[in-house]
Ligand binder design. Structure first.
Ligand code: ZN
Ligand code: MN
Length: 485
């Protein structure tokens, strides 16, 4: 077999960094809030000045335990912080305090993903706690500025198991979507990839399908949106395939996604772990966790997306596909839950609106459901207007779009637009007479056996009523007239 005929598969693992939503930083009492005047959230501890001593943020530990439990990890009751030494201008101490290898709070977990109806278990190697770096700003004139407000903000790292379980860009995107839903549900991270509070790095290699070995991997950084995850991974998969197929060798390196070029570009040769000269942080005692505290955290975990999905399927009898889409975003499932509370017998129709027109409009605007002025009660009110025959479902789509654009309640839109459905028998019969006398040739066709033309006549009637006639009544009125004589 020549190389060209070999089919390759992608082997992909992921590291996710999530900024934790604590009030204060990881090892000092400075504010961990996003933004602020440059270098206004700093103190001797997060600047690493001589003589300063770090103390561990209990809330940050709790957030990592919460996440590790939600990801089915073992919790280490005894864990250690290390110094990861490297020099970079955004790292004022010259080292990052991090957890290293098996000394992490959470180990050996998993997250189930679902792509194309197939469930796959992605194993998680560890969930650990560390601190963020500051930010560099490169300004015109070849100068750079540094802001240490972010230096020392609690950062959680979630690393998938080696050898990696994922084999496609679709799987990677689904993993990230579900992980984000968990973090947001747990209120430990806001999950905003565009703002950098959730960042991911993918390591990727390829191998001939069916072979068990692992190829040389590259690491992809600078992925800052869900769209980029997919594009970046697809690009890198293609790039590696082309190298191997033309007889070359993939070089182990870190590459970054270049959004402007729509391509990955080399960044630097990968440091090997030893170069960080890890050693236990001498200013911190080992972290010993009380098993009762862990149990309490476990007991008070909120309903997680996977449990919610099961509830939608088992109790609300939603199709698995609907349940998966609705639980992929916590804001979406919160909206759905509230709407179903208001209209318990309408779960499927609410789900249809959320997955159909509503999702389409949200995608067009690039916003989340909680950023639309449409509330659960407005949606339910509109669905009830359709179901009681006051407006047609076609007008419903129009009313919905208007609600989304203006935030006006549905009844006001219906009044203003005059889209009330014509459900008055005599009005529809008058329209039917009008349509039949205007189309004698079509009536002739119907009577000679071509009953399919009824669709055309109904369409004409709907048009004459500006879409407001009740379509079933229109159909009935036309048929009864055509079958007479
Ligand atoms: Zn500080
Ligand atoms: Mn890290």
């Amino acid at each position: 077999m020549t190389a060209r005929e070999t089919e390759y598969e992608l082997v992909l693992g992921m590291e996710v960094h999530a900024e934790l939503l604590t009030e204060s930083k990881m090892f000092c009492s400075c504010s961990a809030a996003f933004g602020g005047a440059p270098n206004s959230h700093c103190c001797p501890v997060c600047l690493g000045l001589p003589g300063s001593l770090p103390t561990i943020n209990r809330r940050a530990v709790e957030f990592v335990v919460r996440t590790a439990l939600a990801l089915n990890c073992e919790i280490s009751l005894h864990s250690i912080f290390y110094r990861k030494n490297y020099y970079y201008p955004d790292l004022p101490k010259g080292y990052q305090i991090s957890q290293y290898g098996p000394a992490a709070i959470g180990t050996g977990g998993y997250l189930d993903i679902e792509v194309g109806g197939a469930v796959k278990r992605v194993h998680i190697r560890r969930v650990h706690l560390e601190e963020d770096t500051g930010k560099l700003f490169h300004v015109p004139g070849g100068k750079s500025h540094v802001d240490y407000n972010r230096a020392g903000v609690p950062l959680m790292e979630i690393v998938t198991e080696t050898p990696p379980d994922m084999n496609s860009a679709d799987e990677a995107r689904d993993y990230l979507t579900r992980l984000r839903a968990i973090l947001v549900t747990l209120c430990v991270c806001d999950g905003k990839m565009e703002e950098g509070s959730m960042r991911c790095e993918a390591n990727m290699s390829i191998r001939p399908i069916g072979s068990a070995g692992l190829g040389v991997k590259t690491e992809l950084k600078n992925i800052n949106s869900f769209r980029t995850v997919y594009r970046g991974i697809e690009y890198e998969f293609q790039r590696q395939r082309e190298i191997v197929e033309s007889g070359g060798r993939v070089v182990q390196e870190t590459r970054r996604w270049d959004e402007a070029r729509g391509a990955t570009a080399p960044m630097r040769a990968k440091e090997v772990e030893e170069e960080y000269r890890y050693f236990p942080e001498p200013d911190l005692r080992p972290l010993d966790l009380d098993p009762e505290w862990i149990d309490e955290i476990r007991r008070t975990l909120p309903e997680l997306p996977a449990q919610r999905k099961r509830r939608y399927i088992e109790q609300l009898h939603l199709p698995s596909y609907d349940a998966g889409v609705l639980t992929s975003s916590p804001a979406m499932s919160r909206f759905f839950d509230t709407a179903v509370d208001l209209y318990p017998e309408g779960s499927k129709v609410v789900s249809n609106w959320l997955m159909g027109d509503f999702s389409r409009l949200l995608n067009e605007d690039g916003i989340e459901i909680n950023e639309s002025p449409v509330t659960p009660s407005m949606l339910v009110e509109m669905i009830k207007l359709i179901q009681s025959g006051i407006i047609s479902s076609r007008s419903g789509k129009e009313v919905f779009e208007e609600m989304h654009r203006t935030g006006q309640p549905p009844d006001a839109i219906v009044k203003a637009k005059g889209v009330t459905q014509i459900g008055d028998e005599s009005a529809i019969e008058a329209l039917a007479d009008q349509i039949l006398s205007a189309n004698p040739d079509v009536v002739e066709k119907f009577r000679s056996g071509k009953e399919g033309v009824i669709g055309f006549l109904v369409g004409q009637l709907m048009k004459a009523s500006q879409g407001r006639a009740n379509p079933e009544m229109a159909q009935r009125a036309l048929r009864s007239r055509l079958s007479k004589d």
